[in-house]
Write a protein that binds this ligand. Structure first.
Ligand SMILES: [Zn+2]
Length: 311
């Protein structure tokens, strides 16, 4: 998620349809950084795979939505209707759409957004007392979804959710596909984006759905570029370097089960060791041993090696 101030106007990426209290979210973000869950593209891929492995085929017997009130929990229509909408149905295939996890449930779509902590519990587990969407299955197991800062848990008849954020996440090519090639990447460079920093370029306005402030840190480290570096000074070679880093870094993250700063469906941290994150700030850079720095920038933190990543 990225929020930044430009011409006195907030521009947001991963927050689907927040209209008012951006500043509250920004403050929350800074305070809660250590505890928050933030699904981005690699984690959405991993969670979808785990849903397919673990809960696909299970029949829903009970749903409780909005049991714990949360200002920034979003639903489709009245969450009280979720039980009627989902009970008796069977969990189908899950796919990721950008940073969203989209689960087919017999003609209904269950769509889980980037701030949602999705957890699977086997039968007879002690369940968390607070949650925003609890789905109980016939075999006694559960999918418990909770949010810390914000998150969307939308359940709707297929085709009925007209939402720009969701639509864009489905329309634009994913860096995991061949369609996202060098010539497509080059179309992202235009009059508007040439004024941006690399952080703004990569992680705002859903230019690349699912690519947010978390994964961009290692993408830029691997490309040896500073998050504040301006887009308009990139050479052709730099663009290729950045393109390759987007592809390879995201793949590495997904292959390792997501980042170690996030948890998976079973509550375990991902196996990808972040190079730049809250886990590594103050530690030596793996390439040159310079101490990794953290700075506040554009409504979130950036991490970088001052020696390897030139501005
Ligand atoms: Zn370094």
């Amino acid at each position: 998620m990225i929020i930044f101030l430009k011409n006195k106007k907030y521009i947001e990426n991963n927050i689907p349809f927040l209209k008012i209290p951006f500043i509250k979210i920004v403050l929350n973000l800074i305070v809660c950084e250590r505890w928050r869950q933030m699904i981005e593209l690699p984690e959405a891929v991993v969670l979808s795979k785990q849903v397919n492995e673990t809960i696909k085929g299970k029949k829903i017997i009970k749903v409780i939505a909005a049991q714990s009130s949360h200002k920034f929990a979003w639903y489709y229509g009245d969450p009280k209707n979720y039980n009627d909408l989902l009970v008796g149905k069977v969990i189908g295939t899950a796919v990721n759409s950008g940073g969203l996890v989209e689960i087919q449930v017999d003609g209904v779509i269950l769509l889980l957004g980037d701030g949602v902590n999705m957890r699977y519990f086997v039968s007879d587990s002690v369940l968390p007392s607070k949650h925003q969407l609890w789905i109980s299955f016939e075999d006694g197991s559960s999918l418990v979804n909770s949010i810390q800062m914000y998150g969307g848990m939308w359940a709707f008849p297929e085709g009925s959710f007209d939402n720009k954020y969701y639509r864009i996440s489905k329309e634009k090519p994913s860096p995991f596909t061949n369609e996202f090639d060098e010539s497509y990447f080059n179309t992202l460079f235009n009059e508007e984006t040439k004024k941006y920093s690399l952080k703004a370029f990569l992680a705002t306005e859903q230019r690349i759905p699912g690519l947010g402030n978390g994964v961009l840190q290692d993408i830029l480290f691997n490309a040896r570029m500073h998050p504040k570096k301006k887009v308009n000074i990139l050479s052709i070679k730099d663009r290729i370097e950045l393109f390759n880093s987007i592809k390879s870094t995201l793949k590495h993250m997904a292959d390792e089960g997501g980042r170690d700063t996030e948890t998976n469906l079973y509550g375990n941290n991902g196996g990808y060791k972040t190079i730049l994150s809250r886990n590594t700030v103050g530690k030596p850079c793996p390439i040159c041993s310079t101490i990794i720095k953290k700075e506040a920038y554009m409504g979130g933190s950036i991490y970088f090696c001052p020696k390897c990543q030139k501005n």
